[in-house]
Design a protein around this ligand. Structure first.
Ligand code: CLF
Ligand code: SF4
Length: 412
């Protein structure tokens, strides 16, 4: 069935999973993109050095940038525009996707708003799965990877230093038991709900290797469709830094043995938390500065401010807000000022028979793209209403140019 690691195994899944390059080796022409929006973790694995990516799903040794959901969204748009074969967006660290549920959720929603076809793939240690199950399903996530290194707490005690759960650190077998219980319960809940679950197992010689087959059998019985047995990468600065290496021969022998129970992954690249591209052809370096471009654009956008001015002639800010029949609109950008247009409005105040209440709504909607309104005077009520609409009312008496520049200086 397998070719022993070259990744040319027959495609075995159907539907969209057939286009997921990790689940289906036949989908090797399709690309995946990891968005590194999950910096924190809620457990401590003895092979993990927090300076690096989560070794459960990523190659240790290279730090990844961490993105906000908005930055991840910008990056997704850039990558998508340059990569026609992008099929999967994965969240695989650098910590745990579910230990950062708010970021994870926000990033997924933003990306789905731009592309409802993309496959969303989560990778997690599984501790929070039962608690967040409903949210995962509601988000439409249909591919989840859970790292389950063992189903025995006494073995888990050798792998996990602690498990942070319900506000407390749990050590030894107690901590491992909590983690394993949640991993297995979460796996069953997801599989029963139709989510394609893959289980990663880090093979650690002399620690869990003897029990990997029973783990595979057990996760299969709960609904896992695929297991990915990965070699431990002993990482400097961790308890396991001097652990023996697992040879390719030993690894594939274990995969072959377990392959009689459930499908095995032979082509995992132990990729970075910001990996982009086909599994065999990482292109993340091309997109490394996207964050800088995104924040630069944002900064520029923030620097562009639209301003409305009450003026009788367009030269001096000399009109009362309530008496204005038109507003002069300017754009402040790159330290310069550009006149855009005059916008006519109904006067807010018509003296004794004033119907200002209804007119202010129209004025606000006419000026809704402006950040501030400059006038010589403004009454309490319209001032309050403008502020509630995020338009800053400023009272001043000055030349238009000077008044705007002074106001911008104070507001930015
Ligand atoms: Fe990423 Fe993982 Fe999804 Fe793939 S990776 S979250 S399932 S989209 Fe793939 Fe990379 Fe191996 Fe992971 S090659 S480390 S198995
Ligand atoms: Fe590190 Fe990943 Fe384990 Fe968390 S789950 S401690 S990030 S290896």
């Amino acid at each position: 069935m397998s070719c022993g690691g070259c990744g040319t195994k027959e495609n075995e899944f159907e539907g969209e999973t057939a286009q997921h390059p990790c689940y289906s080796p036949g989908a090797h022409e399709f690309a995946r993109m990891h968005i590194p929006v999950a910096p924190r973790c809620n457990i401590s694995c003895n092979y993990c050095n927090r300076k690096f990516d989560c070794p459960n799903e990523s190659r240790p040794g290279v730090t990844s940038e961490v993105l906000t959901p908005e930055e991840a969204f910008d990056k997704f748009i850039t990558v998508k525009s340059k990569m026609d074969n992008l099929k999967v967006v994965g969240i695989a660290g650098p910590g745990d996707a579910l230990a950062n549920i708010d970021n994870t959720r926000k990033a997924i929603k933003l990306i789905q708003s731009a592309d409802d076809k993309v496959i969303i793939c989560l990778s997690t240690n599984g501790l929070m799965l039962p608690e967040y199950f409903n949210r995962i399903i509601k988000l439409g996530v249909n591919h989840v990877t859970i790292t389950i290194n063992t189903i025995r707490p006494e073995v888990g005690a050798k792998i996990y230093r602690y498990v942070f759960y319900n506000g407390e650190r749990h050590y030894g077998e107690e901590g491992a038991a909590i983690l394993i219980k949640n991993q297995l319960a979460g796996l069953k809940m997801l599989a029963d709900a139709g989510v394609m679950c893959k289980v990663n197992i880090v093979m650690i010689k002399g620690v869990n290797d003897e029990y990997i087959e029973e783990t595979v059998q057990h996760v299969k019985s709960l609904g896992a469709v695929l297991t990915n047995i990965m070699p431990l990468i002993p990482t400097a600065g961790t308890k396991f830094e001097n652990m023996p290496l697992v040879s390719t021969h030993e690894l594939n022998a274990m995969r072959d043995k377990c392959g009689i129970h459930v499908k095995q992954m032979y082509h995992c690249q132990q990729c970075r938390a910001d990996a982009i591209g086909k599994l065999q052809e990482d292109r993340s370096i091309e997109f490394r500065n996207t964050k800088t471009i995104a924040s630069e654009n944002k900064k520029k956008e923030e620097e562009k401010i639209r301003i409305a001015v009450s003026s009788k002639t367009g030269l001096i800010i000399d009109e009362h807000f309530g008496h204005s029949k038109e507003f002069y609109i300017y754009d402040y950008e790159n330290n310069g000022l550009k006149f855009l247009e005059c916008r006519k409005v109904d006067k807010y105040c018509n003296g004794p028979e004033c119907e200002g209440e209804s007119k202010i709504e129209t004025i606000i909607s006419t000026l809704s793209d402006c950040k501030m309104v400059l006038s010589m005077r403004i009454g309490y009520e319209p001032k309050k209403k403008l502020m509630n609409s995020n338009i800053i009312p400023i009272e001043t008496y000055d030349k238009v140019q000077d008044g705007i520049m002074e106001a911008v200086k104070n507001v930015i």
